[in-house]
Write a protein that binds this ligand. Sequence first.
Ligand code: IMP
Length: 418
Amino acid sequence: MSSLTVLGCMWGDEGKAKIVDFLGANADVVARFQGGANAGHTIVLEGNKYVFHTVPSGILYPKTKCVIGAGTVIDPYGLRGEMRALMKQGIDFGGRMFIDVRAGLVLPLHKELDGSTEEELGASKIGTTGKGIGPAYSDQAARCGLRFGDLGHPDWLKQRLASLYAYHDLEPRDLTCELKELAEVWEFLKPFAAQADELLRNCYLAGESILFEGAQGTLLDLTYGTYPYVTSSNTTTGGASIGIGFPPRWLDKTIGVYKAYVTRVGEGPFPTEIFDETAEQIRAMGNEFGATTGRPRRIGWFDAVAAKYTASLNGLDALALTLLDVLSGLPELKICTGYWLDGNKLPGYTPHPLILERLEPEYLSLPGWDADLGKIRSLHRLPKTAKEYLEAVQDLVEVPIELVSVGKDRTQTIVVKR
Ligand code: IMP
């Protein structure tokens, strides 16, 4: 029996999909437990490109079961489109894709509400992905939201949908037409509807290995992230338990994914952000543009203070460090080792955005390397300075590095043997 949770541990886009794909070879089940189509990633396999927003990437392994848990929010039309595109690429979902009937629904109304927030919130805008995630989760908390299983009960659905519009003080454009469209999308998704929590617990008890695939990152966690500049779900280890209905004591191992540097999309504090030519170089080399929105990602140095906080919060057993290859060619690398505010060193990470915006990072400076790392498959073949960089990261975060990614491909991964 085993379960492994893979989490992004900064502001998302840490390369989780690549790590999940790499580790997925050993998993019987891959499960998503939070978030929705705000996540976005591409996996390149034997020259073919596969795009994922809601479907767990484990679907690329032909026998792996895939679960979309109750803690997620699903755009049924988007999900149908994503599944159809993957089907066209030869992916077979039959008998191995399970969507929890309790997952929240993201409806066109939620996307409209999400799109208008920038104007409404003015200067304090969050810069969401515009996928309706916040409004859909808010409706779940307000108990006026619809859930995936509601699609199978037409009379109840009609009543719930009418109350949802009333709750938002909106006139439905055409309720009959919307119900017809929802009935059509249900016809497509119905075969995958399940009580996924029970299924997953039974898999665990039957000795199958389960991989929980986190979306976004710990610093975007609704409760523990850089609130209010966060997403609307719990992206931390505990989120896996709640979002899938899986007992916390069965969460056996957690791997935290970090980039070798840091990126952020959307608004919010970012203590180690850089704006110079180095940032441009990293953005270009790492193709740092949002997979869901295409926005250029903000770039910064590795922040060991924030990383230590997220490692501790998630109880990480190991780190996976991604995109190390992107740092090749930079003469000097920096790692943030402390936060200073008004002449005083802070004891560690601090959650308030006003403090995070004002503080001065303290940096450790390290020499870079020139070699192309893309073909390296073992730790001892890395340039000395790259190994020193990895050592500094794991010493500062106080968690051992288990995987290092040096390129997009599944094979471009170094397993650190101890
Ligand atoms: P929302 O999740 O669309 O509500 O957006 C809230 C914040 O989380 C915004 O700053 C987004 O840019 C950020 N965000 C949401 N999903 C992701 C992701 O998958 N990667 C990186 N940032 C994300």
